[in-house]
Design a protein around this ligand. Structure first.
Ligand code: GDP
Length: 454
C-alpha cells in the first residue's frame, strides 16, 4: 500500500534527517520534492498545494529550525498534516486511530445504501460489510441487490451472501429498484434484522438516470449511511466520481477499494479535502474479510514508513515471554540495542513467524527488508546468526564496534560461517539500531504509544 509514495518521501526525509542543522532553504527544497512526490502520487493539485503551504509555514518556524533534531521535527509536522488531510485530528490520536465507524444506532432496520460505478467493488464490499457488521458489531444484517441493469448482479450478491452466511432478499424477476427496496425494508422489519444493506445499481458513468434512481431509493429507504464505493487505483478519477455523487446524493462516507494494489495513494489523500466526506473503510483484497476501518493516523504512519511499530509491539507482547519483553522494552527506552538484544530478538522472530514477517513490521523496514532480500536471507539464517553471536565474547556482544578483521575471522570459524555472513549480521544490527534510535527521538515507545492513543 502506497509503496511508491512512501519510498519517495522516505528519500526526501533521509536527506533532511542526515543533517544536524537546517536552514529555511533546506526545508523549502525538501517541500518542493514532497510536492512533486504528491503530484506523482496523483494527489489533486489544490490538495497538494494546501498541504505544502501548511507544512512549510510550520516547518520554517524558528523553533523547528533551532531544535536539536530539526529533520525529525519536519517529519512530525508532515505526519500530522497527512493525518489532517486524511480526515483525522493529530491532536486527538485516539480518534485518528479509530477511524470513523458506521452509524448503526437507529431504529432497526438501519439502512446502509451502497452506491458506486460498475466494477468499483460495490457488491463485494456489500458482502464484506455484512460480515463485518456481524463479527465486529454483533448485529444481524440482510443484503438486497437493487441492480437490475447488470445481468446476474442479484445472483452474485446471493452467492456472496451464502459464502459469508449473510441472508439476502429472495430475487423476484422483473421487479424494479424502488419496489425491491420497499420489499427489502418490509422483509428486514418482519424478520427482525438490525441492518439492511442495499446494493444499488452501478453504471459505467455517472448519469442522470442513475442519480434519479439513487434519489428515489434513498427516499423510500431513508438510509442512515450512504456509502460510495470507489476504486482507489483510479486515483483522481475516483475523487471526481465522488465529487459528482456528493452533489447528488447525501453521502455519509466513502469506501476505497483495491488499496492493496494502490502504490500511489492519490485517491486516499485527496478524497476528504475535495469531497468533504470521510473515508470510512479500505478494501484490501478480494477475500471477504479484506476490509479495514480507514484510520487516518495509521495510514499516515504507513506512508511515512513508521507504521506498524504498534502492531509489532502488540504481536511481540502476545508471543514472547513477559520478562524478556520487559527487558527489551527497557533497553529500547534507553536506546540500548547490542548484540545480546539482537540475539533475544532473533529467537523471538523465530517464534513470531520468521524474518520476512517481522522485517515488514520494523520501523525503517524498507531498507532492512531490501537488505535481507538482497542477501537472500531466509529463516535458516536465523540459526546462523544465533551461532555467530554465540561465538562472540561478552565484550564483543555488548560492544560490536570492537569487531575487527581478526575477531571476525575467529567468530566466523567458531560459528561455522564465513566473514561475509558475520559482516551481514553486523550490518543488520546497525540498521536496526539506527531505526530504534529514530523511534527514540520521536519520544520512544511511550511517545509512539501516546500518538496511537495507548
Ligand atoms: P461491482 O461491479 O462494483 O459490484 O464490483 P464487484 O464487487 O463485482 O468487484 C469487481 C472485482 O473487484 C471483483 O473481482 C472483486 O473481487 C474485486 N475487488 C473488490 N474489492 C477489492 C479490493 O479491495 N481489493 C482487490 N484486490 N480486489 C477487489
Amino acid at each position: 500500500m502506497f509503496d511508491n509514495l512512501s519510498d519517495r518521501l522516505g528519500g526526501v526525509f533521509d536527506k533532511l534527517k542526515g543533517r544536524g542543522a537546517l536552514k529555511e532553504q533546506d526545508v523549502r527544497d525538501a517541500m518542493r520534492e514532497v510536492r512533486i512526490a504528491l503530484l506523482e502520487a496523483d494527489v489533486a493539485l489544490p490538495v497538494a498545494r494546501r498541504f505544502i503551504d501548511a507544512v512549510t509555514e510550520k516547518a520554517v518556524g524558528q523553533e523547528v529550525l533551532k531544535a536539536v533534531s530539526p529533520g525529525q521535527q519536519v517529519v512530525k509536522i508532515v505526519h500530522d498534516e497527512l493525518v489532517r488531510t486524511l480526515g483525522g485530528d493529530p491532536d486527538d490520536p485516539q480518534s485518528s486511530m479509530a477511524g470513523e465507524g458506521l452509524i448503526l444506532e437507529a431504529k432497526p432496520p438501519v439502512v446502509i445504501m451502497m452506491v458506486g460505478l460498475q466494477g468499483s467493488g460495490k457488491t463485494t464490499t456489500t458482502a464484506k460489510l455484512g460480515k463485518l457488521i456481524r463479527e465486529k458489531h454483533g448485529k444481524k444484517a440482510m443484503m438486497a441487490s437493487l441492480d437490475v441493469n447488470r445481468p446476474a448482479a442479484q445472483e452474485q450478491l446471493a452467492v456472496l451472501g451464502e459464502q459469508v452466511d449473510i441472508a439476502t432478499l429472495p430475487i423476484v424477476a422483473g421487479q424494479q429498484p424502488v419496489d425491491i427496496a420497499r420489499r427489502a425494508m418490509e422483509s428486514a422489519r418482519l424478520q427482525n434484522f438490525d441492518v439492511l444493506l442495499l446494493d444499488t445499481a452501478g453504471r459505467l458513468h455517472v448519469d442522470a438516470a442513475l442519480m434519479a434512481e439513487m434519489k428515489a431509493v434513498s427516499q423510500v429507504s431513508t438510509p442512515t449511511e450512504v456509502l460510495l464505493v470507489v476504486d482507489s487505483l483510479t486515483g483522481q478519477d475516483a475523487v471526481n466520481v465522488a465529487k459528482s455523487f456528493t452533489d447528488e446524493v447525501p453521502l455519509t462516507g466513502v469506501v476505497l477499494t483495491r488499496m492493496d494494489g494502490d502504490a500511489r495513494g492519490g485517491a486516499a489523500l485527496s478524497m476528504r479535502a475535495v469531497t468533504g466526506k470521510p473515508i470510512k473503510f479500505a478494501g484490501t483484497g478480494e477475500k471477504l474479510d479484506a476490509i479495514e476501518p480507514f484510520r487516518p493516523g495509521s495510514v499516515a504512519d504507513r506512508i511515512l514508513g513508521m507504521g506498524d511499530v504498534v502492531s509489532l509491539v502488540e504481536k511481540a507482547a502476545a508471543t514472547i515471554k513477559e520478562e524478556e519483553a520487559e527487558q527489551l522494552a527497557k533497553n529500547f527506552e534507553k536506546g540500548k540495542f547490542d548484540l545480546n538484544d539482537l540475539r533475544m530478538q532473533l529467537k523471538q522472530m523465530q517464534n513470531m513467524g520468521g524474518l520476512g514477517m517481522l522485517a515488514g513490521m520494523m520501523p525503517g523496514m524498507k531498507k532492512a527488508k531490501a537488505a535481507m532480500a538482497a542477501s537472500n536471507m531466509d529463516d535458516k539464517v536465523l540459526v546462523h546468526m544465533d551461532a555467530i553471536i554465540g561465538s562472540m565474547t561478552a565484550k564483543e556482544r555488548a560492544h560490536p564496534g570492537v569487531m575487527n578483521a581478526k575477531r571476525k575471522k575467529r567468530v566466523a570459524a567458531g560459528s561455522g560461517t564465513d566473514v561475509q555472513t558475520v559482516n551481514k549480521l553486523l550490518k543488520m544490527h546497525q540498521e536496526m539500531g539506527r531505526a530504534m534510535k529514530q523511534i527514540k527521538k520521536m519520544g520512544g515507545l511511550k511517545g509512539l504509544a501516546a500518538m496511537f492513543g495507548g
